[in-house]
Design a protein around this ligand. Structure first.
Ligand SMILES: Cc1cc2nc3c(=O)[nH]c(=O)nc-3n(C[C@H](O)[C@H](O)[C@H](O)COP(=O)(O)OP(=O)(O)OC[C@H]3O[C@@H](n4cnc5c(N)ncnc54)[C@H](O)[C@@H]3O)c2cc1C
Length: 399
């Protein structure tokens, strides 16, 4: 594809910004259209933790034997995308500082999954040799005594914990940094709500904004997260999605928190120290509702639930001061593939691409997804060899 082609990306969340970033790194400019502002929605409000790839898939319910067969079917490509994001984030964070002029507050963090029953202790201990066999070398068992030396007031139910590495950023700075680095390399942004498309046959020629303005381009990319159903319905058939709402609290703690994400995996609850010294706490992967896009984004009920869970795990958190209660919508796929993203060409259209359904993992998939999509667009829609298997597995035509 010639770099002269105009590319419009709809949505300046982390996925749209990452696609613009990866295009720009290959000298291809794009124009991002956003109804609100960069990272205004979930992409600016996530915990922004990057799970250790095999551990993430276990948390999503995959059994160990499925992971051992991870090169087959759709799991292998998906794991590849997670790994690609995980292993590149340190370098990209540096580029966002140097080129994007913004510090994404990248940091290393260990995930400490507390076992609270005999069966959890056994499962977690079994998990350690598995991750070592799968060539992910790190991960160890922390005894209850060791855990209590770090957290003297931890719940009396604790029996020790499995520890695996993790990474993190601040989501707003990270997403803004991706776009600003893209902008330095030729991308642009325009505020507007896409409310329609014009087309000639199976080729879209322009998007229509709510103001009536037409924006013409050769290629269109939909990175509209929870609004993907609405936006694709303008092109005939809505992609099937589920919208859920997720909330978290940011608190200030009286003394520096240890550099561990303390987690109760059964409840999908985590307490996460951020690089700037504040602490985020909340539930992941357990949507509190299946929502429509116009629900209220935070609720007192959920705030209280988070506080109760946190204090039950670490009673000293009673002294923490809540400084922020934030929430937003996530876009999942319907069962059984709810946690698998969909990437590729929108079925029925020659020049429209979609990257959606990232659920609770959009931050940590963002670099992999941005790279795959940029390469696909630059190749004119023909899957580059190294991503062929992945794109076939995550093809929106299979939705
Ligand atoms: C509380 C919380 C915690 C989370 N924690 C994590 C985590 O720790 N790790 C992780 O990996 N993920 C996490 N996530 C999930 C992650 O935030 C999302 O998967 C990710 O942000 C999705 O990015 P996106 O770009 O697809 O969507 P969004 O951020 O929703 O961006 C879509 C954009 O499209 C714009 N848009 C929509 N329709 C139109 C239109 N018609 N015209 C113009 N613009 C439009 C919207 O305004 C929006 O800015 C969390 C989410 C929440 C809410």
């Amino acid at each position: 594809m010639s770099s002269q082609k105009e590319i419009v990306i709809v949505g300046a969340g982390v996925i749209g910004s990452s696609i613009a970033y990866h295009l720009s790194r290959q000298g291809v400019p794009s124009q991002v259209i956003e109804v609100d502002s960069i990272a205004a929605r979930a992409s600016g409000k996530a915990w922004a933790v990057w799970s250790y790839p095999p551990e993430y898939l276990v948390m999503e319910g995959l059994e160990t034997d499925q992971l051992l067969r991870a090169t087959e079917g759709s799991i292998g490509p998906w794991l590849e995308m997670l790994s690609s994001s995980y292993h590149r984030i340190a370098d990209v964070a540096q580029d966002l500082k140097e080129t994007g002029g913004i510090d994404p507050e990248y940091g290393e963090l260990s995930l400490v999954m507390v076992a609270r029953s005999e069966s959890e202790e056994k499962d977690y201990k079994d998990f350690i040799p598995f991750i070592k066999n799968a060539s992910y070398h790190e991960g160890y068992w922390m005894s209850d005594d060791e855990l209590r030396a770090i957290y003297p007031d931890i719940t009396s139910q604790s029996r020790g914990a499995v520890v695996v590495p993790q990474l993190q950023v601040e989501p707003y700075q990270y997403t803004l940094g991706l776009f600003q680095a893209a902008e330095k390399r030729g991308a642009s942004i325009r505020q507007g709500e896409v409310v329609g498309f014009r087309h000639k046959g199976s080729k879209v020629t322009s998007v229509t904004l709510a103001t009536g303005t037409e924006v013409e381009a050769d290629v269109f990319v939909l990175a509209t997260g929870p609004w993907s159903g609405q936006v694709t319905s303008l092109l005939g058939k809505p992609v099937p999605i589920i919208i859920s709402r997720l909330q978290c609290l940011r608190v200030e703690v009286p003394k520096q928190f240890p550099p561990y994400e303390l987690s109760i995996s059964e409840a999908a609850f985590s307490i996460i120290p951020k690089v700037n010294g504040t602490v985020i706490m909340g539930y992941a992967g357990i949507p509190d509702i299946q929502a429509s896009p116009d629900v209220s984004l935070t609720t007192e009920e959920f705030k209280n639930k988070i506080v109760n869970e946190a204090v039950g795990l670490l009673p000293s958190l009673q002294e923490a001061k809540i400084t922020e209660h934030r929430g937003d919508l996530e876009c999942w796929g319907p069962p059984p593939n709810c946690v698998q993203p969909a990437l590729g060409r929108l079925p029925g259209w020659d020049n429209v691409y979609i990257a959606t359904r990232f659920g609770t993992s959009g931050m940590m998939l963002s670099l992999g997804a941005g790279q795959v999509m940029a390469d696909l667009i630059i190749a004119g829609g023909r899957a580059p060899a190294r991503f062929k298997q992945m794109l076939e597995a995550l093809d929106p035509a299979k939705l």
